[in-house]
Design a binder for this molecule. Sequence first.
Ligand code: HEM
Length: 233
Amino acid sequence: MKELLTSPGFLSPYGTWGADVSSIMAWVFTLLFIYGWHVGKKHQGQRHHLVTLWGMLAMLLYFTLYYLARGLGALSVEGKEGFGGPQWVYDYVFGPILTVHITAVSLGLVLAVYMLILGFRASFKKNGGRYLKSASLYMEAKNFRKILISAGVGLGIVAIIRWGSIQRLMVYLSGFLIVAAVLLLERGLERWMPDGAVRHRKIGAVTMTLYVVALFTSTISYVLLYYIYPVKP
Ligand code: HEM
């Protein structure tokens, strides 16, 4: 699998299969989320729920499988050795763009999980439609503890049973850190924005914007790496 992903790609003269597939997937998922955002804005709550829920779950699954097959993202790995341009472009253009990209993706992953759960907690179904309820929404302290402990114990047991490599362990550890980050995020945000509907709309807009930033920066990085400054064999 690793060989296929590092073999010559089909989108650009110097790209790899891995980089090409992840670029296409980034476009597909982001366009899907923009559509989900658009229908949310048009108050089509049920359609918005279905598109974002299945789109985000597919993205999280793809991300995990890709990570297991390829190690880190193609951009972050190939970006270090695969950049054939001048040092100043690396330092002042490519490096900062890659940093923004990795930050947006990391925050976007945590927010994807956070928003999916908030979507269910802050909405209700009526006559086939789905609507946000405008009311204070808090998480009880005992639920906070219960979720954190269950995630730690559950993922710990799975990590021991399925012990294989450090890479795999990192997936379980990241899973736990995402759960902890989501819980802490909720604790902070519920004080600042007690209304669940307001929280969903505001943090949802931030999440969607982060996905657009991630797509924009990954596309620029792709063009720099594989069109403008490739390492020519
Ligand atoms: C990553 C996941 C999600 C993101 C980023 C997200 C984002 C958003 C945003 C930005 C809006 C406001 C649109 C606007 O008025 O400008 C919205 C509205 C809404 N969302 Fe989500 N959402 C997500 C998942 C969900 C889920 C899973 C559900 C349901 C279980 C849900 C239910 C709703 C509902 C009912 C509305 C209100 C639509 C209306 O105005 O009638 N969302 N969402």
